[in-house]
Design a protein around this ligand. Structure first.
Ligand SMILES: *[C@@H]1O[C@H](CO)[C@@H](O)[C@H](O)[C@H]1NC(C)=O
Ligand SMILES: *[C@@H]1O[C@H](CO)[C@@H](O)[C@H](O)[C@H]1NC(C)=O
Length: 364
């Protein structure tokens, strides 16, 4: 075995967008940060549509290359001796052919991490990072819910092997440092607020978590019931929130001095809310908002979990079993806090990547 540990010099972060994604550049930025939190000090490459942005640490203008597997593999091979191996981190279905081709073409020179389950051929990646609920279709309950002829398209075919890192929720950027920065950025606006501060994050109905305006009405009534125990409440909607639903809450709380509703204008207070809230109420459809809130260690109440089906119901169950969320009932006293072991998926996944690299004699 070689004694010299080779340092990885670059990170390729693929995000090839399925059509219709709104404003890819902001989303891309968010995801870069998400990943960078695990790999600080990295040079990295990112792909947007068919362009590859090479972002070096101090570069003010990224070089733009084609997202071409052959070209990337060739570069990895040619520069291996001088610059060390290339770490490729790809996320999303559209990236699968490119990232697996890079590994196929330069297996000795790259380390390919695929985020989100690629459905098949896991041996085409060095590491796959995916939420545990992606394996729900392999459970007896899950099998019962999928017609057999669809299984090969939507299920992982076999249990996770040693190159699969399972997370509870989604990877995200709300780590300790990001929250501390957000707390200071939002200090002037959020610190003076009366406590406890309840943050309400509302998503929207999704294919396997579908609900109607009745959920909005129920939520409004339950919030009225807990309002006495809140210093203040801050509500925000997501892009997916139907207007019918947001209107219910606007009507109910629009003029209530204790309640602030973010109207979508100006800076998105989301990170500030994560950092400064004392408790959260979150609709069950949003895996990412729940994953973030459950990493803060603060009480998280879920509304609408009963509307989730299939692997999304499995995700809700796993959060409840871990004690990181409780169903919102409207009977809560927000002065009473409770605690749990926060989710730590992003840091844990990053540490598994580092371990796997070390096994190849490589380090970050
Ligand atoms: C949603 O759940 C139903 C079963 O309840 C299933 O047939 C369908 O494939 C699921 N769709 C998605 C996108 O998960
Ligand atoms: C999160 O995971 C990382 C990597 O395993 C570990 O170093 C860190 O201590 C964990 N943080 C918490 C709060 O458990």
């Amino acid at each position: 075995m070689g004694s010299r540990v080779q340092r990885i010099r670059a990170l390729v972060w693929f995000v090839l967008w399925a059509s219709g994604v709104v404003n890819p550049s902001t989303v891309l930025l968010g995801q870069e940060e998400e990943l960078m939190s695990g790999f600080t000090g990295f040079h990295f490459l990112s792909i947007e549509k068919s362009c590859l942005f090479l972002l070096k640490e101090q570069a003010s203008h990224p070089d733009v290359l084609e997202a071409d597997a052959k070209q990337i593999a060739e570069m990895a091979r040619q520069t291996f001796d001088t610059d060390g191996p290339l770490l490729v981190v790809a996320s999303g279905r559209d990236t699968i052919p490119v990232s697996s081709a890079i590994k196929h073409l330069a297996p000795e020179n790259v380390f390919v991490v695929q985020i989100q389950h690629p459905r098949s051929h896991l041996n085409r990646f060095d590491l796959v990072i995916t939420p545990l609920h992606d394996y729900y279709p392999l459970t007896p309950e899950g099998q019962g819910q999928i017609p057999w002829f669809l299984r090969r398209w939507i299920t992982p075919r076999e249990p996770p092997g040693s190159n699969v890192v399972l997370t509870v929720g989604a990877l995200h950027q709300a780590d300790f440092t990001a929250l501390r920065n957000a707390a200071s950025a939002w200090h002037a606006e959020l610190a003076p607020l009366p406590r406890p501060l309840l943050v309400v994050n509302i998503g929207g109905p999704a294919r396997n978590c579908s609900y109607g305006v009745d959920l909005g009405k129920r939520l409004a009534a339950m919030l009225q019931n807990v309002l006495w125990s809140c210093g203040c409440v801050r509500i925000s909607f997501s892009r997916r929130t139907p207007e019918k639903l947001s209107r219910i809450l606007m009507k109910e709380f629009g003029t209530n001095p204790k309640v602030y509703i973010w109207d979508g204008e100006g800076c998105n207070p989301h990170m500030g809310h994560l950092a400064c809230a004392d408790a959260f109420v979150i609709t069950a459809d949003s895996v990412s908002m729940l994953s973030e809130a459950c990493s803060t260690g603060k009480p998280v109440y879920v509304i609408g979990a009963e509307h989730c089906t299939w692997k999304f119901a499995d995700f809700q169950n796993s959060l409840q079993e871990r004690g990181v969320v409780r169903p919102f009932t409207g009977k809560e006293d927000m002065f009473k806090s409770w605690s749990y072991t926060p989710l730590n998926d992003t840091a844990e996944a990053a540490s598994r990547v580092k371990m796997a690299l070390a096994e190849r004699g490589w380090s970050i």
